[in-house]
Design a protein around this ligand. Structure first.
Ligand SMILES: [Zn+2]
Length: 162
């Protein structure tokens, strides 16, 4: 997508783009995911610094984006793939409403066999694959989404369906 298309999609859907640090909820989630619940493994320590997250009508960008200016074409272009990925989630949410958020987090369980999260992310990660990411790299990233699905199953699914 071009910067112009991205801005018009955001406008049309009344989506705000904000830094994660500006949100108490994001900071809470970041803290929660960084706790070592499982012996020495935190769920994800890079939630605040690396991952972009959609909640309700907001796109929260991580600290690695630095100072981000939506009116700056160069800034928007360098994150265009991420925006396109997040827009897949916006569409999922429009269609499934609250069910999307609930199944994303908890269906049927929050970890290891979190089919919901895997289902929503595999659709969105097709954007990244189309833009040159490898299946292995996508699977490694997805694994950090709270171990949603066995790695070898994810890899196999992408190989067969992409
Ligand atoms: Zn995603």
């Amino acid at each position: 997508m071009t910067p112009k298309e991205i801005r018009s999609y955001l406008d049309k859907n009344s989506i705000q783009v904000k830094p994660k640090t500006s949100s108490k909820l994001m900071r809470f989630i970041g803290w929660f995911l960084a706790i070592r619940w499982f012996w020495k493994w935190p769920i994800n320590i890079k939630f605040m610094s690396v991952y972009t997250t959609v909640i309700n009508r907001d796109v929260y960008y991580p600290s690695s984006w630095g100072i981000f200016d939506l009116d700056n074409d160069r800034h928007v272009t360098s994150h265009a793939v991420t925006f396109e990925h997040e827009f897949v989630h916006v569409e999922q949410r429009k269609k499934w409403k609250i069910l999307w958020q609930l199944t994303y987090l908890f269906f049927p369980v929050p970890f290891f066999f979190a089919w919901g999260r895997w289902r929503w992310e595999r659709e969105a990660y097709k954007v990244n694959l189309r833009n040159g990411r490898s299946i292995d790299s996508v699977v490694n990233t997805l694994w950090k989404y709270g171990w949603p699905w066995p790695k070898s199953w994810m890899k196999k699914w992408f190989e067969e369906n992409y």
